[in-house]
Design a protein around this ligand. Structure first.
Ligand code: ADP
Ligand code: MG
Length: 497
Protein backbone atom coordinates (compact mmCIF):
# COMPACT_ATOMS: atom_id res chain seq x y z
CA UNK A 1 0.00 0.00 0.00
CA UNK A 2 1.63 3.18 -1.13
CA UNK A 3 -0.21 5.36 1.30
CA UNK A 4 -1.36 4.71 4.85
CA UNK A 5 -4.53 6.16 6.24
CA UNK A 6 -3.81 9.38 8.01
CA UNK A 7 -4.65 9.28 11.63
CA UNK A 8 -6.19 12.67 12.09
CA UNK A 9 -8.09 12.92 8.88
CA UNK A 10 -11.68 13.89 9.47
CA UNK A 11 -14.11 12.20 7.17
CA UNK A 12 -17.83 12.76 7.19
CA UNK A 13 -17.58 14.35 10.56
CA UNK A 14 -15.96 11.36 12.15
CA UNK A 15 -12.45 11.51 13.37
CA UNK A 16 -10.35 8.54 12.54
CA UNK A 17 -9.07 6.74 15.51
CA UNK A 18 -6.07 4.55 15.94
CA UNK A 19 -7.10 3.41 19.42
CA UNK A 20 -3.55 2.62 20.21
CA UNK A 21 -3.30 -0.47 18.02
CA UNK A 22 -0.37 -0.06 15.73
CA UNK A 23 -1.46 -0.54 12.18
CA UNK A 24 -5.13 -0.65 12.94
CA UNK A 25 -6.80 2.50 11.80
CA UNK A 26 -10.52 2.82 11.76
CA UNK A 27 -12.00 4.92 9.08
CA UNK A 28 -15.39 6.15 8.19
CA UNK A 29 -14.44 6.38 4.59
CA UNK A 30 -15.06 4.45 1.47
CA UNK A 31 -12.32 5.98 -0.63
CA UNK A 32 -10.95 5.11 -4.00
CA UNK A 33 -7.94 3.40 -2.57
CA UNK A 34 -10.28 1.02 -0.89
CA UNK A 35 -12.35 0.57 -3.98
CA UNK A 36 -9.23 -0.45 -5.83
CA UNK A 37 -8.38 -2.93 -3.12
CA UNK A 38 -11.83 -4.31 -3.18
CA UNK A 39 -11.51 -5.08 -6.88
CA UNK A 40 -8.14 -6.64 -6.40
CA UNK A 41 -9.11 -8.48 -3.23
CA UNK A 42 -10.72 -11.38 -5.09
CA UNK A 43 -12.23 -14.56 -3.70
CA UNK A 44 -9.20 -15.34 -1.52
CA UNK A 45 -10.22 -12.91 1.16
CA UNK A 46 -13.70 -14.45 1.33
CA UNK A 47 -12.24 -17.89 1.90
CA UNK A 48 -9.84 -16.68 4.52
CA UNK A 49 -12.66 -14.83 6.26
CA UNK A 50 -14.85 -17.92 6.30
CA UNK A 51 -12.06 -19.84 8.00
CA UNK A 52 -11.68 -17.03 10.49
CA UNK A 53 -15.42 -17.19 11.21
CA UNK A 54 -15.31 -20.92 11.76
CA UNK A 55 -12.41 -20.60 14.17
CA UNK A 56 -13.76 -17.62 16.05
CA UNK A 57 -17.11 -19.30 16.38
CA UNK A 58 -15.44 -22.13 18.23
CA UNK A 59 -14.28 -19.61 20.76
CA UNK A 60 -17.24 -17.32 21.15
CA UNK A 61 -20.21 -19.37 20.08
CA UNK A 62 -22.73 -19.22 17.30
CA UNK A 63 -24.90 -16.39 18.49
CA UNK A 64 -22.02 -13.97 18.87
CA UNK A 65 -20.69 -14.98 15.49
CA UNK A 66 -24.07 -14.54 13.83
CA UNK A 67 -24.72 -11.24 15.52
CA UNK A 68 -21.36 -9.60 15.25
CA UNK A 69 -19.33 -11.30 12.58
CA UNK A 70 -21.80 -12.25 9.90
CA UNK A 71 -22.50 -8.61 9.06
CA UNK A 72 -18.79 -7.91 8.66
CA UNK A 73 -17.69 -7.72 5.05
CA UNK A 74 -14.19 -8.82 4.18
CA UNK A 75 -12.99 -6.31 1.62
CA UNK A 76 -9.45 -7.22 0.76
CA UNK A 77 -6.35 -8.94 1.91
CA UNK A 78 -3.47 -6.87 0.68
CA UNK A 79 0.08 -6.31 1.77
CA UNK A 80 -0.37 -8.39 4.90
CA UNK A 81 -3.41 -6.34 5.89
CA UNK A 82 -6.96 -7.57 6.15
CA UNK A 83 -9.55 -4.88 5.42
CA UNK A 84 -12.98 -5.37 6.95
CA UNK A 85 -16.10 -3.29 6.61
CA UNK A 86 -18.66 -2.97 9.39
CA UNK A 87 -22.11 -1.37 9.28
CA UNK A 88 -21.54 1.28 11.91
CA UNK A 89 -19.28 2.74 14.57
CA UNK A 90 -20.92 0.92 17.44
CA UNK A 91 -20.25 -2.29 15.65
CA UNK A 92 -16.64 -1.39 15.15
CA UNK A 93 -16.16 -0.58 18.82
CA UNK A 94 -17.80 -3.77 19.91
CA UNK A 95 -15.60 -5.80 17.59
CA UNK A 96 -12.56 -4.00 18.85
CA UNK A 97 -13.33 -4.62 22.45
CA UNK A 98 -14.57 -8.13 22.19
CA UNK A 99 -13.56 -9.98 19.11
CA UNK A 100 -10.42 -8.46 17.68
CA UNK A 101 -8.02 -10.64 19.65
CA UNK A 102 -9.85 -13.77 18.45
CA UNK A 103 -9.87 -12.56 14.85
CA UNK A 104 -6.23 -11.68 14.98
CA UNK A 105 -5.28 -15.00 16.49
CA UNK A 106 -7.14 -17.15 14.01
CA UNK A 107 -5.91 -15.02 11.14
CA UNK A 108 -2.40 -15.72 12.25
CA UNK A 109 -3.08 -19.45 12.41
CA UNK A 110 -4.58 -19.43 8.95
CA UNK A 111 -2.08 -17.18 7.22
CA UNK A 112 0.98 -18.17 9.17
CA UNK A 113 1.89 -14.56 9.94
CA UNK A 114 0.47 -11.73 12.03
CA UNK A 115 -1.57 -9.70 9.57
CA UNK A 116 -2.73 -6.20 10.36
CA UNK A 117 -6.44 -5.56 10.54
CA UNK A 118 -8.08 -2.41 9.31
CA UNK A 119 -11.75 -1.91 10.10
CA UNK A 120 -13.73 0.47 7.92
CA UNK A 121 -17.12 1.81 8.80
CA UNK A 122 -19.45 1.61 5.82
CA UNK A 123 -20.32 5.13 4.74
CA UNK A 124 -24.05 4.48 4.36
CA UNK A 125 -24.73 2.76 7.61
CA UNK A 126 -23.21 5.37 9.85
CA UNK A 127 -25.53 6.46 12.59
CA UNK A 128 -27.45 3.24 12.63
CA UNK A 129 -27.33 1.72 16.04
CA UNK A 130 -27.77 -1.91 15.38
CA UNK A 131 -26.89 -4.22 12.52
CA UNK A 132 -29.07 -3.88 9.52
CA UNK A 133 -31.43 -6.71 8.65
CA UNK A 134 -30.27 -6.83 5.09
CA UNK A 135 -27.02 -8.45 6.13
CA UNK A 136 -28.89 -11.36 7.54
CA UNK A 137 -30.52 -12.04 4.23
CA UNK A 138 -27.43 -13.28 2.52
CA UNK A 139 -27.07 -16.99 1.75
CA UNK A 140 -25.29 -18.92 4.46
CA UNK A 141 -21.82 -20.02 3.42
CA UNK A 142 -20.98 -23.72 3.20
CA UNK A 143 -19.05 -23.61 6.45
CA UNK A 144 -21.96 -21.93 8.19
CA UNK A 145 -24.48 -24.48 6.97
CA UNK A 146 -22.22 -27.34 7.99
CA UNK A 147 -21.87 -25.95 11.48
CA UNK A 148 -25.54 -25.17 11.73
CA UNK A 149 -26.45 -28.78 11.05
CA UNK A 150 -23.85 -29.84 13.59
CA UNK A 151 -25.42 -27.79 16.30
CA UNK A 152 -28.78 -28.69 17.72
CA UNK A 153 -31.45 -26.34 19.03
CA UNK A 154 -30.28 -26.74 22.62
CA UNK A 155 -26.89 -25.46 21.53
CA UNK A 156 -25.07 -28.78 21.88
CA UNK A 157 -22.43 -29.76 19.33
CA UNK A 158 -23.55 -33.15 18.09
CA UNK A 159 -20.24 -34.98 17.86
CA UNK A 160 -18.91 -33.91 21.26
CA UNK A 161 -20.01 -37.02 23.14
CA UNK A 162 -18.53 -39.26 25.83
CA UNK A 163 -17.90 -41.99 23.29
CA UNK A 164 -15.67 -39.70 21.23
CA UNK A 165 -13.85 -38.39 24.30
CA UNK A 166 -10.54 -40.11 25.08
CA UNK A 167 -9.79 -40.44 28.75
CA UNK A 168 -6.22 -40.18 30.00
CA UNK A 169 -4.43 -39.13 33.16
CA UNK A 170 -4.96 -35.41 32.52
CA UNK A 171 -8.74 -35.53 32.22
CA UNK A 172 -9.68 -38.65 34.17
CA UNK A 173 -11.07 -36.80 37.15
CA UNK A 174 -13.01 -34.28 35.11
CA UNK A 175 -14.40 -37.10 32.98
CA UNK A 176 -15.52 -39.08 36.03
CA UNK A 177 -17.18 -35.99 37.50
CA UNK A 178 -18.88 -35.28 34.18
CA UNK A 179 -20.24 -38.80 33.98
CA UNK A 180 -21.50 -38.68 37.54
CA UNK A 181 -23.33 -35.44 36.81
CA UNK A 182 -24.85 -36.83 33.62
CA UNK A 183 -26.09 -39.85 35.62
CA UNK A 184 -27.75 -37.79 38.36
CA UNK A 185 -28.06 -34.17 37.35
CA UNK A 186 -28.62 -31.77 40.23
CA UNK A 187 -27.89 -34.42 42.84
CA UNK A 188 -24.23 -34.55 43.71
CA UNK A 189 -21.94 -31.96 42.31
CA UNK A 190 -23.68 -28.66 41.87
CA UNK A 191 -22.28 -26.67 40.23
CA UNK A 192 -19.73 -28.73 38.38
CA UNK A 193 -16.91 -26.38 37.52
CA UNK A 194 -14.36 -27.59 34.98
CA UNK A 195 -11.26 -25.57 34.33
CA UNK A 196 -8.18 -25.99 32.18
CA UNK A 197 -6.13 -24.44 29.39
CA UNK A 198 -7.42 -23.86 25.88
CA UNK A 199 -8.04 -26.75 23.56
CA UNK A 200 -7.94 -29.36 26.31
CA UNK A 201 -11.50 -30.63 25.91
CA UNK A 202 -13.64 -28.58 28.32
CA UNK A 203 -16.24 -27.72 25.71
CA UNK A 204 -16.27 -31.28 24.45
CA UNK A 205 -16.78 -32.72 27.91
CA UNK A 206 -19.64 -30.45 28.94
CA UNK A 207 -21.40 -31.08 25.63
CA UNK A 208 -21.05 -34.77 26.37
CA UNK A 209 -22.84 -34.24 29.68
CA UNK A 210 -25.65 -32.50 27.83
CA UNK A 211 -26.08 -35.32 25.32
CA UNK A 212 -25.90 -38.02 27.95
CA UNK A 213 -28.47 -36.29 30.13
CA UNK A 214 -30.87 -36.09 27.22
CA UNK A 215 -30.39 -39.77 26.40
CA UNK A 216 -30.57 -41.01 29.98
CA UNK A 217 -33.07 -38.60 31.46
CA UNK A 218 -35.40 -38.04 28.54
CA UNK A 219 -37.52 -34.94 28.84
CA UNK A 220 -34.94 -32.88 30.72
CA UNK A 221 -34.38 -29.51 29.22
CA UNK A 222 -30.71 -28.88 28.62
CA UNK A 223 -29.31 -25.48 27.74
CA UNK A 224 -25.78 -25.10 26.50
CA UNK A 225 -24.35 -21.67 25.80
CA UNK A 226 -21.18 -19.68 26.12
CA UNK A 227 -21.02 -16.85 28.57
CA UNK A 228 -20.76 -14.54 25.55
CA UNK A 229 -24.07 -15.83 24.29
CA UNK A 230 -25.57 -15.40 27.72
CA UNK A 231 -24.40 -11.78 27.68
CA UNK A 232 -25.70 -11.20 24.17
CA UNK A 233 -29.08 -12.63 25.02
CA UNK A 234 -29.21 -10.42 28.06
CA UNK A 235 -28.39 -7.34 25.99
CA UNK A 236 -30.97 -8.31 23.38
CA UNK A 237 -33.68 -8.76 26.01
CA UNK A 238 -32.76 -5.54 27.75
CA UNK A 239 -32.90 -3.73 24.46
CA UNK A 240 -36.36 -5.01 23.73
CA UNK A 241 -37.43 -4.49 27.30
CA UNK A 242 -38.14 -8.19 27.65
CA UNK A 243 -36.27 -9.09 30.78
CA UNK A 244 -39.09 -11.29 32.02
CA UNK A 245 -38.67 -13.54 29.01
CA UNK A 246 -34.98 -13.75 29.71
CA UNK A 247 -35.54 -14.80 33.28
CA UNK A 248 -38.15 -17.37 32.37
CA UNK A 249 -36.07 -18.81 29.59
CA UNK A 250 -33.00 -19.64 31.62
CA UNK A 251 -34.75 -20.47 34.82
CA UNK A 252 -36.71 -23.27 33.23
CA UNK A 253 -33.57 -25.27 32.46
CA UNK A 254 -33.03 -28.62 34.16
CA UNK A 255 -29.41 -28.50 33.17
CA UNK A 256 -27.77 -25.17 32.43
CA UNK A 257 -24.33 -25.39 30.86
CA UNK A 258 -22.34 -22.20 30.49
CA UNK A 259 -19.00 -22.37 28.74
CA UNK A 260 -16.04 -20.05 29.30
CA UNK A 261 -17.38 -18.26 32.31
CA UNK A 262 -14.20 -16.17 32.46
CA UNK A 263 -15.79 -13.93 29.83
CA UNK A 264 -18.20 -12.64 32.45
CA UNK A 265 -15.22 -10.88 33.91
CA UNK A 266 -15.96 -7.19 34.42
CA UNK A 267 -19.55 -7.46 33.13
CA UNK A 268 -21.47 -6.41 36.14
CA UNK A 269 -24.97 -6.48 34.74
CA UNK A 270 -24.52 -9.95 33.30
CA UNK A 271 -22.99 -11.21 36.52
CA UNK A 272 -25.89 -9.86 38.47
CA UNK A 273 -28.42 -11.58 36.23
CA UNK A 274 -26.42 -14.76 36.23
CA UNK A 275 -26.25 -14.68 40.01
CA UNK A 276 -30.04 -14.70 40.25
CA UNK A 277 -30.40 -17.39 37.63
CA UNK A 278 -27.83 -19.46 39.48
CA UNK A 279 -29.64 -19.14 42.79
CA UNK A 280 -33.03 -19.99 41.36
CA UNK A 281 -31.73 -23.08 39.60
CA UNK A 282 -29.59 -24.22 42.49
CA UNK A 283 -32.43 -23.94 44.97
CA UNK A 284 -34.60 -26.00 42.68
CA UNK A 285 -31.85 -28.67 42.49
CA UNK A 286 -31.26 -28.07 38.83
CA UNK A 287 -27.81 -28.86 37.54
CA UNK A 288 -25.40 -26.06 36.68
CA UNK A 289 -22.22 -26.80 34.76
CA UNK A 290 -19.54 -24.21 34.14
CA UNK A 291 -16.14 -24.07 32.50
CA UNK A 292 -13.34 -21.60 32.65
CA UNK A 293 -9.74 -21.36 31.62
CA UNK A 294 -8.89 -20.47 35.20
CA UNK A 295 -9.64 -21.53 38.73
CA UNK A 296 -12.51 -19.39 40.16
CA UNK A 297 -10.12 -17.54 42.45
CA UNK A 298 -7.98 -16.48 39.54
CA UNK A 299 -10.73 -14.98 37.39
CA UNK A 300 -10.32 -11.27 37.69
CA UNK A 301 -13.32 -8.97 37.68
CA UNK A 302 -15.64 -11.61 39.06
CA UNK A 303 -17.92 -10.74 41.96
CA UNK A 304 -17.06 -12.42 45.21
CA UNK A 305 -20.54 -13.84 45.66
CA UNK A 306 -20.32 -15.61 42.29
CA UNK A 307 -16.84 -16.89 42.96
CA UNK A 308 -18.10 -18.20 46.22
CA UNK A 309 -20.97 -20.03 44.55
CA UNK A 310 -18.69 -21.60 41.95
CA UNK A 311 -16.86 -23.21 44.83
CA UNK A 312 -19.99 -24.75 46.31
CA UNK A 313 -19.92 -27.83 44.15
CA UNK A 314 -17.09 -29.74 42.58
CA UNK A 315 -14.13 -28.16 40.85
CA UNK A 316 -12.31 -30.43 38.42
CA UNK A 317 -9.33 -29.51 36.31
CA UNK A 318 -8.15 -30.79 32.95
CA UNK A 319 -4.42 -31.07 32.40
CA UNK A 320 -2.67 -31.43 29.04
CA UNK A 321 -2.77 -34.99 27.73
CA UNK A 322 0.28 -37.23 28.00
CA UNK A 323 1.86 -38.89 25.00
CA UNK A 324 -0.28 -42.04 25.09
CA UNK A 325 -3.46 -40.02 25.29
CA UNK A 326 -2.34 -37.79 22.44
CA UNK A 327 -1.74 -40.85 20.28
CA UNK A 328 -5.14 -42.29 21.21
CA UNK A 329 -6.87 -38.98 20.45
CA UNK A 330 -5.17 -38.75 17.07
CA UNK A 331 -6.23 -42.25 16.18
CA UNK A 332 -9.79 -41.63 17.24
CA UNK A 333 -9.97 -38.40 15.25
CA UNK A 334 -8.37 -40.05 12.22
CA UNK A 335 -11.00 -42.77 12.37
CA UNK A 336 -13.78 -40.15 12.60
CA UNK A 337 -12.37 -38.14 9.73
CA UNK A 338 -11.65 -41.29 7.71
CA UNK A 339 -7.96 -40.46 7.45
CA UNK A 340 -5.54 -43.37 7.03
CA UNK A 341 -3.07 -42.63 9.79
CA UNK A 342 -0.32 -45.21 10.32
CA UNK A 343 0.69 -45.82 13.91
CA UNK A 344 4.24 -44.53 13.53
CA UNK A 345 2.94 -41.26 12.10
CA UNK A 346 0.48 -40.75 14.95
CA UNK A 347 3.30 -41.33 17.40
CA UNK A 348 5.45 -38.88 15.49
CA UNK A 349 2.79 -36.16 15.50
CA UNK A 350 1.84 -36.79 19.12
CA UNK A 351 5.47 -36.51 20.10
CA UNK A 352 6.00 -33.21 18.38
CA UNK A 353 2.68 -31.45 18.76
CA UNK A 354 2.27 -31.20 22.48
CA UNK A 355 0.54 -27.90 23.22
CA UNK A 356 -3.11 -28.98 23.20
CA UNK A 357 -5.66 -31.21 21.56
CA UNK A 358 -6.97 -28.52 19.25
CA UNK A 359 -3.54 -28.15 17.64
CA UNK A 360 -3.19 -31.87 17.43
CA UNK A 361 -6.49 -32.11 15.64
CA UNK A 362 -5.67 -29.14 13.40
CA UNK A 363 -2.43 -30.85 12.41
CA UNK A 364 -4.25 -34.05 11.54
CA UNK A 365 -6.83 -32.21 9.42
CA UNK A 366 -4.11 -30.39 7.56
CA UNK A 367 -2.15 -33.57 6.98
CA UNK A 368 -5.28 -35.38 5.78
CA UNK A 369 -6.14 -32.57 3.39
CA UNK A 370 -2.62 -32.44 2.04
CA UNK A 371 -2.47 -36.16 1.52
CA UNK A 372 -5.78 -36.15 -0.36
CA UNK A 373 -4.92 -33.14 -2.48
CA UNK A 374 -1.55 -34.47 -3.52
CA UNK A 375 -2.70 -38.07 -3.58
CA UNK A 376 0.20 -39.25 -1.43
CA UNK A 377 -0.01 -41.63 1.50
CA UNK A 378 0.57 -40.29 4.99
CA UNK A 379 4.11 -40.97 6.15
CA UNK A 380 6.43 -39.49 8.76
CA UNK A 381 8.19 -37.57 5.98
CA UNK A 382 4.95 -36.02 4.79
CA UNK A 383 3.95 -35.17 8.36
CA UNK A 384 7.29 -33.51 8.94
CA UNK A 385 6.91 -31.45 5.82
CA UNK A 386 3.29 -30.43 6.33
CA UNK A 387 3.39 -29.81 10.06
CA UNK A 388 6.64 -27.90 10.21
CA UNK A 389 5.07 -24.75 11.59
CA UNK A 390 3.07 -26.55 14.19
CA UNK A 391 5.99 -28.61 15.37
CA UNK A 392 8.22 -25.65 15.78
CA UNK A 393 5.58 -24.34 18.18
CA UNK A 394 5.72 -20.73 19.20
CA UNK A 395 9.42 -20.71 19.91
CA UNK A 396 12.34 -20.45 17.62
CA UNK A 397 14.20 -23.71 17.45
CA UNK A 398 17.19 -21.94 15.93
CA UNK A 399 17.92 -20.17 19.16
CA UNK A 400 21.26 -20.95 20.76
CA UNK A 401 21.12 -23.74 23.28
CA UNK A 402 23.74 -24.17 25.94
CA UNK A 403 25.14 -27.35 27.43
CA UNK A 404 23.65 -26.35 30.81
CA UNK A 405 20.20 -25.96 29.32
CA UNK A 406 20.37 -29.45 27.90
CA UNK A 407 21.71 -30.89 31.13
CA UNK A 408 18.98 -29.24 33.15
CA UNK A 409 16.26 -30.42 30.79
CA UNK A 410 17.51 -33.99 30.89
CA UNK A 411 17.70 -33.90 34.68
CA UNK A 412 14.22 -32.51 34.87
CA UNK A 413 12.86 -35.23 32.65
CA UNK A 414 14.56 -38.07 34.52
CA UNK A 415 14.16 -36.40 37.90
CA UNK A 416 17.84 -36.55 38.80
CA UNK A 417 20.33 -33.90 39.90
CA UNK A 418 22.81 -32.16 37.61
CA UNK A 419 25.67 -32.98 40.02
CA UNK A 420 24.90 -36.65 39.57
CA UNK A 421 24.65 -36.32 35.82
CA UNK A 422 28.15 -34.84 35.66
CA UNK A 423 29.62 -37.14 38.34
CA UNK A 424 31.60 -40.33 37.91
CA UNK A 425 28.69 -42.45 39.13
CA UNK A 426 27.94 -45.39 36.88
CA UNK A 427 24.60 -46.53 38.27
CA UNK A 428 21.91 -47.25 35.71
CA UNK A 429 19.89 -44.39 37.13
CA UNK A 430 22.38 -41.82 35.89
CA UNK A 431 24.31 -43.70 33.18
CA UNK A 432 21.47 -43.73 30.68
CA UNK A 433 20.33 -40.12 31.23
CA UNK A 434 23.98 -39.12 30.89
CA UNK A 435 24.21 -40.76 27.47
CA UNK A 436 21.02 -39.05 26.41
CA UNK A 437 22.32 -35.72 27.67
CA UNK A 438 25.60 -36.13 25.81
CA UNK A 439 23.79 -36.98 22.62
CA UNK A 440 21.51 -33.93 22.95
CA UNK A 441 24.42 -31.63 23.80
CA UNK A 442 25.91 -32.57 20.50
CA UNK A 443 22.66 -32.33 18.61
CA UNK A 444 21.19 -29.18 20.13
CA UNK A 445 24.18 -27.29 21.51
CA UNK A 446 26.60 -28.34 18.78
CA UNK A 447 29.17 -29.32 21.41
CA UNK A 448 32.26 -31.28 20.30
CA UNK A 449 33.14 -34.66 21.89
CA UNK A 450 36.11 -33.27 23.86
CA UNK A 451 33.93 -30.37 25.05
CA UNK A 452 31.20 -32.77 26.12
CA UNK A 453 33.80 -34.82 28.00
CA UNK A 454 34.92 -31.73 29.88
CA UNK A 455 31.42 -30.54 30.71
CA UNK A 456 30.41 -33.91 32.06
CA UNK A 457 32.96 -34.01 34.85
CA UNK A 458 36.21 -34.26 32.90
CA UNK A 459 35.60 -37.44 31.00
CA UNK A 460 37.52 -38.63 27.99
CA UNK A 461 36.21 -37.64 24.55
CA UNK A 462 35.79 -41.32 23.65
CA UNK A 463 33.19 -41.65 26.41
CA UNK A 464 31.18 -38.89 24.76
CA UNK A 465 31.64 -40.43 21.34
CA UNK A 466 30.55 -43.83 22.57
CA UNK A 467 27.48 -42.37 24.29
CA UNK A 468 26.35 -40.46 21.21
CA UNK A 469 26.87 -43.46 18.91
CA UNK A 470 25.00 -45.72 21.25
CA UNK A 471 21.96 -43.43 21.47
CA UNK A 472 22.00 -42.85 17.74
CA UNK A 473 21.93 -46.59 17.11
CA UNK A 474 19.09 -47.19 19.54
CA UNK A 475 17.07 -44.35 18.08
CA UNK A 476 16.76 -46.17 14.78
CA UNK A 477 14.81 -48.99 16.40
CA UNK A 478 13.37 -47.59 19.58
CA UNK A 479 10.18 -45.59 19.15
CA UNK A 480 9.89 -44.94 22.81
CA UNK A 481 13.36 -43.43 22.99
CA UNK A 482 12.47 -41.13 20.09
CA UNK A 483 9.48 -39.95 22.07
CA UNK A 484 11.61 -39.40 25.18
CA UNK A 485 14.09 -37.29 23.22
CA UNK A 486 11.33 -35.22 21.68
CA UNK A 487 9.90 -34.52 25.13
CA UNK A 488 13.29 -33.40 26.40
CA UNK A 489 13.73 -31.19 23.35
CA UNK A 490 10.40 -29.61 24.14
CA UNK A 491 11.64 -28.88 27.64
CA UNK A 492 14.82 -27.36 26.22
CA UNK A 493 12.79 -25.09 23.97
CA UNK A 494 10.39 -24.15 26.71
CA UNK A 495 7.36 -25.78 25.12
CA UNK A 496 6.82 -28.21 27.93
CA UNK A 497 7.59 -28.16 31.61
P1 ADP B 1 -11.52 -26.30 25.26
O1 ADP B 1 -12.98 -26.04 25.37
O2 ADP B 1 -10.92 -26.83 26.51
O3 ADP B 1 -10.75 -25.14 24.73
P2 ADP B 1 -12.37 -28.17 23.24
O4 ADP B 1 -13.35 -28.97 24.01
O5 ADP B 1 -12.91 -27.18 22.28
O6 ADP B 1 -11.31 -27.48 24.20
O7 ADP B 1 -11.40 -29.18 22.48
C1 ADP B 1 -10.67 -28.85 21.31
C2 ADP B 1 -10.74 -30.00 20.33
O8 ADP B 1 -10.03 -31.09 20.87
C3 ADP B 1 -12.15 -30.47 20.09
O9 ADP B 1 -12.27 -30.79 18.74
C4 ADP B 1 -12.28 -31.71 20.94
O10 ADP B 1 -13.14 -32.66 20.34
C5 ADP B 1 -10.87 -32.23 20.97
N1 ADP B 1 -10.56 -32.92 22.22
C6 ADP B 1 -10.07 -32.37 23.36
N2 ADP B 1 -9.87 -33.30 24.30
C7 ADP B 1 -10.24 -34.47 23.74
C8 ADP B 1 -10.26 -35.83 24.21
N3 ADP B 1 -9.85 -36.15 25.44
N4 ADP B 1 -10.70 -36.77 23.36
C9 ADP B 1 -11.10 -36.47 22.12
N5 ADP B 1 -11.10 -35.21 21.62
C10 ADP B 1 -10.68 -34.23 22.41
MG1 MG C 1 -14.01 -24.32 24.92
Amino acid sequence: MGEKYVENLVVQGEKLRSLGHVGELFTGVNNSLLAAQREGGGGGVQQVWEQVLAQVEEKVGRVTTETWLKPVKPLALREETLHLEVPNALFRDWLLENLLPHIRKSLETILGFAAQIVIHVAAKQQGELFPSQRYEEREPTKAESARATNTKKNGLVSNYTFSSFIVGAGNQFANAAARAVAEHPGKHYNPLFIYGGVGLGKTHLINAIGHETIVKQGGKSVFYLSSETFTNELIAHLRRDRMDDFKTKFRQADVLIIDDIQFLSGRERTQEEFFHTFNTLHQAHKQIILTSDKFPNEIEGLEERLRNRFEWGLIADIQPPDLETRVAILQKKAQQKKIQLPHDVSLFIATHVTANVRELEGGLTKLGAYSTMTDTPITIDLAQQVLQNLMRGGKDRDQEVSVETVQKAVCKYFAIRVVDLTSKKRTQMVAFPRQVAMFLCRKLAGASYPMIGVRFGGKDHTTALYACASIEKRLKLDEELRAVLARIENIVFGQEN
